[in-house]
Design a protein around this ligand. Structure first.
Ligand code: TRP
Length: 365
């Protein structure tokens, strides 16, 4: 895998009384299997960092609900959640260092979200472009209330476990920014409860789809999945969008912005081969088919060990389910503690204790 480095700004990560081992939290909505775009945008960083933190991975089914809420969508969460965990283990997350959890099975997160909601304004959320894009992609004519609140719920996920680091793709960066603002605002208003989470960004541009239309995405049908068998990868790559001006091999082509070369840069472990192909492409001395054949081979070399690991974990029946169930119990304990800390800092605990004391006087009369 070519050059993934990360920049972590720890400048204010220690602003709150964080836990002794710093925590990391990230995850995905359970809408299907993970693809190469997920790998470049976030999985590579997860694998690299997860042993340095206490690492939490959310299966964000409540976030899924903001655009997909049919009973069938919800029923599919069981399968999609286990697929996501298997894909994560396949790319190299160590199950001994990873806490996977199902968001909807930690109801305290919704309470945290509600307490944070009064620290964010509607215009602030309306300025986030990804939310409008999600509404449009889901075919919504009007913005669902829950979708506008998507970043607030995401802030609740992050702050519920007091995460110090959040590795995400660029489309999620504005949501992490909201979480940082909310953490600072809470700490200033009620007392130091939260570390301000650092955004861990992939320093590679997001991967285009096989159709060259924007980013790789399941909903656009332009994705190569981590679990696609070699023949499928081959046929998807051979149908890939490339320089449209190149009508035959003798025509000089453009490498910059060409999705086929973007994939070569991200996945071909033979840099000399890529440089040679790029040079011959520019001077019109190579056919698109050769460039694509070499790309399909490179992606399959990258995926072979991934799929082998996936098959091994999958053979261990119930493993993914067990990781989610035990991880959810573990996460729930942490979130309960955070919620109690928030309620105490905000003064709600004192209010109810006072009411109880008053009620006891009535009972004693
Ligand atoms: N918003 C993420 C996505 O695009 C999923 C997600 C939900 C998430 N909560 C999170 C990511 C907290 C990082 C941290 O699917």
């Amino acid at each position: 895998m070519a050059g993934h480095t990360v920049t972590i700004t720890h400048a204010d990560a220690g602003a709150g009384p964080g836990p002794s081992a710093p925590r990391m939290l990230t995850g995905d909505r359970p809408t299907g299997r993970l693809h190469l775009g997920h790998y470049v945008g976030s999985l590579a960083n997860r694998v690299r960092l997860h042993r340095r933190y206490e690492s939490f991975f959310i299966v964000a089914d409540l976030h899924m609900l903001t655009t997909k809420n049919s009973p069938a969508d919800i029923a599919a969460v069981r399968r999609n959640a286990t697929d996501m965990v298997l894909d994560s283990l396949a790319v190299g997350l160590d199950p001994a260092h990873s806490v996977f959890f199902l968001q909807s099975a930690v109801p305290e997160i919704a309470q945290v979200s509600l307490l944070l909601a009064s620290l964010v304004t509607v215009p602030r959320l309306e300025r986030i472009p990804s939310l409008k894009e999600m509404a449009r992609d889901a075919g919504k004519r009007e913005m669902p209330f829950a979708l506008l609140g998507y970043p607030v719920l995401q802030a609740a996920d992050i702050l519920s476990v007091k995460a110090a680091a959040v590795p995400v793709g660029s489309d999620n960066a504005p949501h992490v920014e909201v979480a940082r603002e909310v953490a600072r605002r809470f700490n200033r208003r009620y007392g130091p409860v939260f570390p301000v989470p650092a955004l861990v960004r992939a320093d590679v541009p997001s991967l285009p789809g096989t159709d060259g239309q924007g980013k790789m995405s399941k909903s656009l049908g332009n994705a190569i999945y981590l679990s696609d068998p070699p023949e499928e990868v081959h046929s998807k790559v051979l149908r890939m969008y490339t320089d449209p001006a190149r009508t035959r091999p003798g025509v000089p082509g453009t490498v910059e912005g060409n999705p086929v070369f973007a994939y070569h840069a991200a996945f071909n472990d033979r840099p000399a081969e890529v440089a040679d192909l790029a040079e011959r492409y520019r001077s019109g001395q190579v056919g698109d088919v050769e460039v694509k054949e070499k790309l399909a081979a490179a992606i399959n070399r990258f995926l072979a060990p991934v799929q082998e690991r996936r098959a091994r974990f999958q053979a261990n029946e119930g493993l993914a389910e067990e990781l989610i169930v035990s991880g959810t119990a573990r996460t729930r304990r942490e979130v309960r503690r955070t919620l109690a800390g928030m309620r105490a800092a905000m003064g709600f605990t004192a209010v109810f204790t006072g009411l109880r004391r008053g009620a006891r006087r009535a009972a004693a009369r």
